[in-house]
Structure formats: C-alpha cells, structure tokens
Design a protein around this ligand. Structure first.
Ligand code: MOS
Length: 743
C-alpha cells in the first residue's frame, strides 16, 4: 500500500513553470552583466587565415572580440576536456586554435553591453580561411567507414557491437524464408524549446557561479574547472530548470566554455545564449545506414539475424552506441552476427538523442520483422509471439522482469488489432487508405550510484537534496512523492533541491536512469533518518517504542510507529523536542548490486493507425496505442506525459524530421524549426498510453525501471508498417514523406 507512489500527482513545479517563476539558464542576471554572441565558421574544414574584428570593435557598446589569438589560457591536454560521458577521441575546444572541424564552429566571440549590439557586431567580424576538402555525406563513406571491434568485455565497453553467436551463414542457407533490407535514418536534431545558454557570474577573486543549461551540473563543473585549471570549489554550476534537452545536454556544450572564457578575460559576468541556428552545431542523432537480414522457418521462428550498421561521427571523436545489438537481443534466435562501422565526417560529433541507438535500430529491426511477417504470410503480432524470448539472448540470462507479452495483449485489445484485414490497401475511409501497423519497443533499465541528503526538521518538514537535474521529465515531482512516502509526510512538507553542483553527488540525468536511482537513493537515506529517529525515540522516558527494532519502525502521518502495533507511536516533533534536537540530517550513497545475473529492460508494444490520402499521399497518424512495461510507475500522470512525448517524437521521426546538409559546403540547410519539421498539434491525434503491471523485486528495492526513453522506441517502425499496410508501399528511408510514397 502506498500513499503517494503511483498516484497521478501534478507537477510540484508546475505553478512555478506556468507563472514564469522558474528561471532558466539565460534568465539569471548579475550587476554589470554583459552579453556575448558568437561568430561561426562558414567552412567545414580548414584553417583560419585571418580574423578582422576592427569594424566590430569600433561599434559603440562592444567591449571585446575574443578569438583563438587573444583568449585567456586554457588547458592543452585532451584529458582536461574529457567530460563524464565523452567518447573516445580528442574533444572539441572552442576558440582553441586555427583549426576548423565543422561548419558552424565558433571562431570568435563578441562581447557587448547589450545582446543586440553583440549580435550585430558579430555580423561585422570578417574571417578568411584556408579551406580544405571536406566530407559530410554518410552515404559517400560506405567504404571508408572504419569497423568497430566486437565487445570482448561488454562491462568495459557496453557500446561495442556484441560478439556474434552461432553460425549465421549456415542458418541462413538452411532458412526457409529470408528477408534482407537496408534502412536509412537521417541526421536528426534535438530541438529542445530552451535555447542553450550560460550565465556566468564572475565573483571578485575569480570564482565562477554558472547557470547553465545542462543535464549534469557536476559534469559541467568538473569540465570547466579542469579546462581553466581552477579548483573544484571555484566553480559552481546550477541548473534548477531545464527546458528539454533529450541528450543534447549530457555533455557540456561549447557555450559554457565560451561564456566562462569571456568572464575570465573581462573579469565580468557574461551571458551567452545560442540562437536556434547555432544549436544545430552542437550535436545530433547520427545518420545511419542499417542492413538487416532475417532467416526464418515457415512456422515463424527465427534462425538467423545479421545487423550491419554504419553510423556518423566527427573526425575528432568516435561517438557510437550499440546500434546492432538490439536486433539480437529482442527475439529468440540462436544465430546472430553484428557489424558496426563508423563514418567520420567533417561535422560536430554526433551524440545521444533520446533512446540513443534503440530508437534507430528498432526502426530497422521492426520494419524488417514486418517484412518477414509479410513474406511468411503471418500476422505481424503473431510473428513476434512466435519469436518471443523469455531469456535475454546475448548472454542467455533471465530478465529481472519482462512483461512484453502483456504489452502485446493489452495493447492489441485496446487497439482492436483482431479486426485488422491483413491485406494491404484493403481498409479505407472514403478517399483515405487505412493502415494498421505495430512494432515492439525495448530499452534498458539502468541505474547509477547516487547520493541523497535529507534534512528533517522538528516542524515535520523535510528537505531532500541531490545534484541531479530535472530535464523536464518530472524529477522534482517523483522525488517529492517518494520522500513523502518514505518519511510519512504530506507532499507539501517536502522540498526538493537539485540542479546545483554543490549538492550530493549525482551523475548526468540520462539513459532513463534517474527515476530509479534517485528514488532508491531517497529510500536509503530515509531509512537512515528513520533509524536515527528510532534511536532518539528509545531515549524518551517510558518510550512506547523502547523495544521496537528498526525493521518494525515506520514513518506515517508525522509519527514514528511500530508496524505491528499502531498504538505504539510517537510524533516526530515529540522525539526531537525531548531529545533536544531541531534537525536530523543524513546523507547516503546508494549503489545497485545486481552484478549482471539478470538482464534489466523495459518494453513496449506500439499499435498505430494511419490514414493516407490515396491521391496526394498525405499521411496522418490517427491513432496510437502504446502499452509499456517499465516496472513500478511512480506517477501515472508524468509517466503518461513522458510516453506521450515519446510517441509524438516517434511521429516526427517517422514523418517529419530530417537535417539536410548541402554537401558542397558541408553546411546544414534547415537549421531552424521552420524548415526542420517537428510534429505540431495538427499532426497529433488520438494517443492512448497503457502501463501494464510489472512487479520487479530484482532490479532494485523499489522495482523502478525508468521510462524517459522507451516511449519513442518502436513508434517509427509501427508507423512505417502501418503505411505499408495502408498503401502496399514499403518505405525504408526516414522520414516517410509523401514524395517517397509516389515513387
Ligand atoms: Mo537521454 S539521450 O539519455 O538524455
């Protein structure tokens, strides 16, 4: 029985957000604050030959123009630029030297009294380049792409392609039905509502307080301190609110280096807010080419899978995730082979974007499975059931929990899947063809070591603090619920502090791992608070809890109670008063023990209806049912919002999103949200989210598996499959625009 966990509690920060009281990185100020604007490279590769800033400098209100030639010192070793989630390679350093790595790279920073002056002055800075030949097209790099080695120890490199299993070639030769397809995903950009921004407050003596848009304040704090050779306590990074990030804020972004650089150069407080266009120079979901081959028996069991991927990264870092591994993980199949190559482009390093690798790999896999179902003459859902794996396939482990079968059952029922006519083009509504498609989604249930501090005061108020972020997912709210539950307090008596590098240790918020990590972290620290209260309560004269053991003690309704006998209780206020303490403080680090004996995954089944205008090819996603198994759901309201956001993003991935590059210049052509299309309200129709009951006593004490990312996985494939069902046309290239239907 729970009081707050699992309820549809509204966001505790909702009022602050809608009234504007919640402040974001670019909204903080300081006396004498000045404003920076950046000048970006117009070439993709080469060197800066000359920078002419005199015209900009002569403008009234311009304070300085910083370049690699006049900037303050910064570290020279690669190690100083390695943040917690940096891939292998040599991280990008803004304004470091004359080298140009990508179009849009910052080459100068104008600082002025007003942002408008800074921006105008930036347009007056003239840069001459020695240009070199560049590559920006992943399709041109098929042969040049470099192969990644398979994982010899997955614990050391979880992103390397898994080792192959069985004998795929023999299995293909023996297979009764084979399907091979090549699937394309373009570069996509995160496009969070909040622009990337840093406000750096310069304190006398040189200490920096930085309000930064980031998913990890301590990651940024360590990064800035090491780049500028500062002591850890000379840099404080805060990010109380984040207006979406989706992975783009996992690594420190260059605006924070530039703003700190300017603050140190000028000994003044500086704010830098990137433009939407400049944000396209930060990071992106890598373009990828994926080839999948499936071999099956006529009865619909899988014999062999091969997954070959080529993904894009930069010339200076090797970013990749385990794209290929999802194929061999999801379904029962004895033989699997993976190949993953990296195409190095003259572009910024690609980066994590919600459900990195799964969103894209599962599009390919689940499209291929749909094609296999067609080849077998089987219902696509039936094929998934025949290939269902009760054990994780890479290392033949049990799952801590896996309720995917229930997702299929409940999702299909809610959708009405049994009324589907399997024949393509057989269902219609007037001039529109109707298509029904489905796909599976899968993600990891990750958890990370985390520290939580709780301060309980005699008035029955608890302050819970942790350096984690709330990137818009609802972390403030679920932390409040869990703390109120564990401490037996009303929600209103709990205050959350997060997004501040001085708070107890937390890794970046990503990978859907924070809900599980911080909730169990709160439980651990709350246990310590309860034990301390019990210790004090036993000292109260004639204590009703004198012989109560820690295991029997419970916090409820502001009291410490014996679980077995509710009449033996004493109020928190009384315990503290009689012990002469006015606060109890505990800080504990929680780690997660399961040493790989079980696989931890979340799953979903996505059912989609599309309507396609037969003449024009216009596609509408009219109905989506997403049934999700993600362990214990902490808050049905914020959880539904997360999955709904993921579904909407899946619609964007399937139908709209594509970063277009002019390969002649190696430059992004649609670096704005007018030309980079994302779904708008008119593109979003009925979306139904179901959470299936999934009890998991193994993954962590509270049975939480996280759900920030699972919502998008599988959606693009389900839509592509529905479009095939509607039209009889298979499109293997995202986004599925109407021209591709007419080809
Ligand atoms: Mo998410 S791509 O882990 O922020």
């Amino acid at each position: 029985m729970t009081t707050y966990i699992g309820t549809a509690t509204s966001r505790v920060d909702g009022h602050a957000k809608v009234t504007g009281a919640a402040k974001y990185a670019g909204e903080f100020s300081a006396p004498g604050l000045v404003h920076a604007s950046l000048v970006a490279s117009t070439i993709a590769k080469g060197r800066i030959a000359r920078i002419e800033a005199s015209e900009a400098l002569s403008l009234e209100g311009v304070i300085d123009v910083l370049t690699h030639q006049n900037r303050p010192p910064m570290a020279s070793a690669d190690s100083a630029y390695k943040d917690d989630v940096a891939p292998e390679g040599s991280p990008f350093r803004p304004l470091y030297d004359d080298r140009i790595w990508f179009s849009g790279q910052p080459v100068a920073l104008v600082v002025a009294e007003e942002p408008e002056i800074a921006r105008f002055a930036a347009s007056l800075v003239r840069v001459e380049y020695d240009e070199e030949a560049h590559v920006s097209d992943v399709y041109g790099q098929r042969t040049a792409a470099i192969a990644l080695e398979s994982a010899t120890n997955p614990a050391e490199n979880p992103f390397a392609p898994p080792r192959s299993r069985g004998t795929a070639d023999q299995a293909f030769a023996a297979a009764q039905v084979r399907h091979r397809g090549e699937y394309h995903v373009p570069i996509e950009h995160h496009n969070p509502m909040e622009l990337y921004a840093s406000t750096v407050i310069f304190e006398p003596g040189g200490k920096l307080t930085i309000y930064d848009k980031t998913q990890g304040v301590q990651n940024v704090q360590r990064y800035v301190a090491s780049i500028f050779g500062m002591k850890p306590d000379e840099v404080r990074v805060m990010s109380p609110f984040v207006g979406g990030a989706f992975g783009s804020g996992l690594r420190p972004q260059y605006q924070v280096v530039l703003a700190a650089l300017a603050a140190r150069a000028l000994q003044r407080s500086v704010r830098l807010v990137l433009t939407r266009q400049q944000m396209y120079g930060l990071g992106y979901r890598p373009a990828m080419i994926q080839q999948i081959e499936l071999g099956a028996n006529a009865d619909g069991t899988l014999d062999a899978i091969t997954h070959e991927a080529i993904t894009a990264t930069s010339q200076y870092e090797k970013y990749y995730r385990q794209e290929t591994g999802w194929s061999g993980l999801l379904y029962k199949c004895a033989n699997a082979r993976y190949t993953h190559k990296l195409a190095q482009l003259d572009m910024p390093t690609s980066c994590d974007m919600r459900a990195p690798s799964a969103a894209t790999a599962v599009f390919a896999l689940e499209s291929a499975m749909d094609e296999l179902a067609v080849a077998l003459g089987l219902d696509p859902l039936e094929l998934r059931l025949r290939c269902y794996s009760e054990r994780e396939q890479h290392s033949d482990r049990p799952y801590s929990s896996k309720s995917l079968r229930e997702c299929y059952r409940q999702g299909a029922e809610a959708f009405g899947w049994d009324k589907r006519n399997p024949v393509p083009r057989s269902m219609r509504d007037g001039t529109e063809l109707i298509g029904w498609g489905m796909a599976t989604g899968v993600w990891e249930a990750l958890q990370v070591p985390i520290a939580v501090r709780i301060v309980l005061t005699a008035n029955g108020h608890a302050e819970v603090s942790c350096a984690t972020s709330d990137i818009g997912t609802g972390t403030y709210t679920i932390m409040t619920q869990v703390a109120a539950e564990m401490l037996g307090l009303p929600l209103d008596n709990v205050t959350i502090k997060l997004g501040d590098s001085t708070l107890p240790q937390s890794p970046v918020e990503g990978g859907s791992w924070i809900a599980a990590s911080v909730s169990n972290g709160i439980a651990t620290t709350a246990d310590a608070i309860r034990e301390e209260l019990l210790r004090l309560a036993k000292q109260v004269p004639n204590s009703p809890l004198a012989d109560t053991t820690p295991g029997e003690a419970l916090l409820a309704d502001g009291n410490l109670v014996n679980k077995r006998d509710a009449s033996r209780a004493v109020s928190i206020a009384e315990v503290m008063r009689s012990s002469g303490v006015d606060r109890i403080e505990q800080e504990k680090t929680t780690t997660f023990a399961d040493a790989g004996s079980h696989a931890h995954n979340t799953h979903s089944a996505v059912f989609v209806e599309v309507k396609v205008d037969e003449q024009l090819g216009v596609i509408r996603v009219t109905r989506v049912v997403s049934a999700v198994a993600a362990g214990r759901i902490l808050n049905t309201k914020t959880a539904t919002s997360q999955i709904m956001g993921g579904v909407v993003w899946g619609i964007g991935m399937a139908l709209h999103e594509e970063t277009l590059i002019d390969h002649k210049f190696g430059r992004i052509m649609n670096a704005n949200i007018a030309e980079y299309h994302v779904p708008v309200n008119a593109d979003v129709h009925d979306i139904e989210i179901l959470f299936v009951d999934e009890r998991d006593d193994i993954v962590n004490p509270l049975g939480i598996k996280g759900l920030g990312e699972i919502g998008i996985v599988g959606v693009a494939a389900a839509i592509a499959n529905a479009i095939y069902h509607a039209t009889g046309k298979r499109v293997r290239e995202l986004p599925i625009t109407l021209d591709k239907l007419q080809r």
